[in-house]
Ligand binder design. Structure first.
Ligand code: SPV
Ligand code: MN
Length: 627
């Protein structure tokens, strides 16, 4: 290490902190810590080597800095962000590139030199009066072909605390790997804070920046506290992961991972990609099944099989709608002692919690993201403020759930039997459908995923957006390349996993929902059977759908509910005009993109042709029995 860096570290770090840092033999790490401790000017720099007293210190500091407050139940805390800092900031999240490339669509790319200059200007002195924590984690299980070491610098004990719940601690891995470790780097500062009834929240929201430097494998995030913008190993690392996967020929996906329990104690693993707020977490945590992960998975081909890991070990889950009937396992975790951080929900003087959709009486008053709250409180536009923010969340470690899958830490991951794509689609996709083969699945399911926007990102809700593999917000490579990588991945496999679509948001002509929240339990069991060729299917122009009799039986055994023929017909009737319109939209998008492979137009074209033929024979709305 250069003498200058050592001088900086000696001035900025206490003796014991410096010792901890130097126990890791990695010059690049020392450079990083020296550079940003000098630039950000924190009051002190604390290096955490993951001992229990140090982790306890992080929990304590989160309370002291005003980012978390204790609730009634032991281990539970509440955290708030600024009212304009409650979701991922797409506009100010930019990918830094040295040479402008066409990403296809409007991925937010910007000139690397300028952006680095800007961020390094903004970051100067940004941690004044704060502590900078130096944290080590790994994405994925330790000591595995999947694992990726990460360093997080942050002046937020809330971010560090969240990461302790969400990721595997990695100090010992860094010591073990020494200078051979290639690692992702995250530099975060919440910036200047203002203190009010919701605690200490970021003040300079207008200077919020999330800059992803692919060349430097470094992400900068400043003047923000919301997890999706700040928790480095989550969506910030996903961008770096996607780029790495592109280079190395594997897939980094916005996917849950779960074990679906079939006949005779068989467990079949599924990965599933859904845009934010479309039921991904709740699917992965269905009672009766086991959860490996709810948000991000890495998929690799090992011995001609697709194996996948959850890069996380915790959940940053969406809380509105969580209730005692539909989500018994999460409900239990949220109401018992254990380490949980709630964010942007309502809490009362008594330390009780409440959120939209909680099946308990609404408190008469409390504190939420808007400050002091009563049910008639209005926002600036005169609209009633709901008791919790629509993107309110809970953070917990997966081992506080009863249905944690035993394979979470398997260094070889789990064998993927099926892949599920789901979006918020009110009028086209049936509740569940299997694709004909891998390319058909990649192109007409994952690659044709559209979703109506939600509160997980800042901006208008309910707008239909193209969101291939539910990963568009996190892409760091051109879209056509990303899709091609999926096609390529399948070509390498003798027997690729089956690809399915699901849609929990289908409505009838009057706009009424056609499904109940728990119906997905049945779709999962049907897909599990299909993976093992143990259920028949009806071949429609767009895929393979369940037979009524099979579903009726599954509804009986899984949910003890009657499933009427009428419901089946409403849900599984092929909606030709809507489907054709969708094919048209998707076609146009791919046509605009540079580098789209011919097979994409071929598969879309064939599907269109099949739909047109069926329409000619049977009309616009075709019940399954016609096929
Ligand atoms: C999502 O929005 O997809 C999430 C939460 O999982 S965030 O961390 O904001 O990405
Ligand atoms: Mn997500």
């Amino acid at each position: 290490m250069a003498g200058k860096e050592m001088e900086i570290l000696k001035t900025r770090l206490s003796g014991p902190d410096l010792d901890k840092l130097l126990r890791i033999d990695h010059p690049e790490l020392n450079e990083l810590v020296a550079k940003y401790s000098e630039l950000c000017e924190p009051e002190k720099v604390v290096v955490i080597s993951d001992t229990e007293p140090e982790l306890e210190l992080i929990r304590e500091e989160a309370i002291k800095e005003g980012a978390e407050k204790r609730l009634k139940i032991k281990g539970h805390t509440i955290h708030f962000e600024h009212i304009e800092d409650q979701g991922r900031d797409k506009a100010n999240t930019k990918i830094l590139v040295s040479k402008m490339i066409d990403f296809g669509l409007d991925l937010n790319a910007t000139d690397r030199t300028d952006a680095l200059a800007e961020i390094h200007g903004l970051i100067k002195g940004i941690m004044k009066g704060h502590t900078m924590y130096v944290r080590f984690y790994t994405l994925g299980p330790k000591n595995s072909v999947f694992s990726m070491p990460c360093v997080q610098l942050t002046d937020s004990a809330y971010v560090a605390h969240s990461e302790d719940l969400l990721y595997r601690n990695g100090y010992s891995e860094f010591v073990r790997l020494g200078r051979s470790a290639k690692f992702f780097k995250f530099v975060h500062s919440q910036g200047e804070l203002s203190v009010g009834v919701t605690g200490a929240v970021t003040k300079n929201i207008k200077l919020r920046r999330i800059y992803i430097d692919l060349d430097g494998q470094t992400v900068f995030s400043i003047n923000t506290q919301y997890g999706g913008n700040t928790i480095g190993l989550k969506k910030l690392a996903l961008r770096l992961g996607i780029q790495q996967a592109d280079r190395e020929g594997w897939l980094a996906e916005h996917m849950f991972l779960m074990g679906v329990h079939g006949p005779k104690s068989r467990v079949t693993y599924f990965s599933g990609a859904f845009p934010s707020l479309c039921g991904k977490t709740s699917t992965s945590m269905m009672s009766g099944e086991t959860v490996v992960g709810d948000d991000i998975a890495y998929l690799k081909i090992i011995n001609d099989q697709v194996r996948a890991v959850n890069v996380e070990k915790g959940v940053f889950g969406i809380i509105p709608g969580v209730n005692s009937v539909d989500d018994p396992l999460v409900w239990k975790a949220l109401h018992n002692p254990g380490e949980i951080i709630f964010s942007n929900i309502l809490y009362t003087d008594a330390g009780d919690t409440f959120w939209i959709g909680k099946d308990r009486p609404t408190p008469a008053k409390g504190i939420n993201h808007s400050g002091e709250w009563t049910p008639d409180k209005l926002d600036q536009k005169g609209k009633k403020i709901p008791p919790s923010h629509p993107n309110a969340r809970f953070t917990l470690a997966l081992n506080s759930l009863e249905n944690l899958d035993p394979e979470l830490d398997n260094p070889n991951g789990v064998l993927v039997g099926g892949i599920i794509y789901g979006g918020r689609d009110s009028d086209t996709w049936p509740p569940v459908e299997e694709s004909f083969d891998w390319p058909h699945g990649v192109i007409t399911k994952g690659g044709a995923l559209e979703s109506e926007t939600t509160a997980a990102t800042l901006g208008a809700e309910g707008v239909r957006e193209f969101n291939p593999m539910a990963n568009i917000d996190f892409l760091s490579i051109p879209i056509f390349k990303y899709i091609n990588n999926h096609l390529e991945f399948g070509r390498k496999l003798k027997e690729p996993p089956k690809i399915f679509s699901v849609n929990y948001f289908l409505r009838d002509q009057e706009g009424k929902w056609l499904n109940q929240k728990t119906d997905k339990a049945v779709w999962l069991k049907w897909m599990e059977l299909r993976v093992h060729n143990e259920a028949e299917a009806i071949r429609t122009p767009t895929g393979l759908i369940p037979r009524y009799d099979d579903l009726r039986k599954l509804f009986q055994t899984v949910l003890k509910r009657d499933f009427s023929k009428d419901d089946y017909l409403k849900q599984f009737t092929v909606r030709v005009p809507e489907y054709l319109a969708k094919m048209g939209r998707i076609w146009e998008i791919y046509k605009m993109m540079p580098g789209t492979q011919q097979i994409i137009f071929q598969v879309l074209g064939e599907q269109r042709e099949r739909l047109l033929q069926a329409k000619e024979k049977f009309g616009d709305y075709i019940p399954p029995e016609k096929f």
